[in-house]
Write a protein that binds this ligand. Sequence first.
Ligand SMILES: O=P(O)(O)OC[C@H]1O[C@](O)(COP(=O)(O)O)[C@@H](O)[C@@H]1O
Ligand SMILES: [Mg+2]
Ligand SMILES: [Mg+2]
Length: 333
Amino acid sequence: MSLMTIQHYLTRAQQQHAGATGELTLILNDIVTSCKRVAQAVNQGALLGTMGDLGSQNVQGEVQKALDVIANTIFLESNQASGLLAGMASEEMDDPYLMPEGVHGRYLLLFDPLDGSSNVNVNISVGSIFSVLRCPDGVVQPQLADFLQPGVQQVCAGYALYGSSTMLVITTGSGVDGFTLDHGTGEFMLTHPQMRIAEDSREFAINMSNQRHWPPAIKRYVDECVQGASGPRGVDFNMRWVASMVAEVHRILLRGGIFMYPMDNKNAAQGGRLRLLYEANPMAMLVEQAEGLASTGRQRLLELVPHALHQRVSVILGSRHEVERVQDYFSAE
Ligand SMILES: O=P(O)(O)OC[C@H]1O[C@](O)(COP(=O)(O)O)[C@@H](O)[C@@H]1O
Ligand SMILES: [Mg+2]
Ligand SMILES: [Mg+2]
C-alpha cells in the first residue's frame, strides 16, 4: 500500500492554494513535531518515572500531572522553531505566551497539550488539541484580546490521539484528513482521507454520573436513548464514555455518535466543563468540516464570541440529526 506522508500532503495543499506563502505549512510541520514528541513521552508510560500528580494546579484549579507540564513545554519549544507565530496560549498557562523579541509572526496557536490526562496513569488514550488563528493585522505584540476570536475564524484545527496507534487528524477548512504515525519511519501517513460523520447514529457519550445536574433537554434526550426499542425512539442505543474528548471525537469521526458535556447545575458557575478556545472550537471545526454539527445546545459553537482565554462552554457535537434533536429539545424547554 502506498500512502502519502504528511509532508507531501501539506506541500500539495500549499500548491493548490493560490497565493499561499508556505507559512501555514511550516507552522503545521512544527505542530507535527510537537505531537511526535508528546507521543514519545506518553508512550514511555511508567518508564518516564513522572506519571503522578505534581501537586501544582493550573489556572483552572486542576491538579497538573507531570505529563501535562512536559507536553506543554514540548509544544512551547517545538512551535517556536518556525518564527512564524506571534503568540501561543495553553490550558496549562494562565496568560498568553509571547514570542522572544524580534519574532513577529502572523499566526496564533492555542492548544490543550494533553487532553484527558486523568487517563494517563491507567494507560487509556489521551491526546493533544490545537487551533490556529490569524494574528490581527498590524499587531506586533499580541494582547489577550487578540486571542479571543470566534471559532469561525480558525485557519486550521486538529488533534493528535495517543492510542493503540498515534494519529493526527487535521482540517485547514477543506475537509478532515487523518494520518497514522509509522513508528518505523517516524512519518505520519495519510490513512484516513476525507473523514465524514454519519448523519444518524445510535451511540451517545456523556458522563452519566452527572445526570442529576443536567438541564431538562439533556435528561430527556438521554432518557429516550436509554429506553431503547421500547421507548419513543423505537431503537436500542449504545453508550460510551472514555473521559478523553479526543478519543470520543475520534470515535465519532469514524463511526458516528453524539458527545455531550452540557452546562449543568454542577458546572454552571464556570460556564461548563470544557474550554472554548482550545477544546470546543477546534473540535467543532473538525466536526463541521466532517459534516457533523457542534452546538452549545442553543447556539452554533463556532459563532460564540469569547470573553476569556480559559472560558468554558457547553458542548454537544457529532452526528447531525442527533445534535439537531438535542437542539430541538433545548428550544422546547
Ligand atoms: O472527568 P469527566 O467529568 O469525565 O470529564 C472528562 C472530560 O474532561 C477532559 O478530560 C478535559 O480535558 P483535560 O484533561 O485537558 O482537562 C475531556 O477530555 C473529557 O471529555
Ligand atoms: Mg482537555
Ligand atoms: Mg489538558
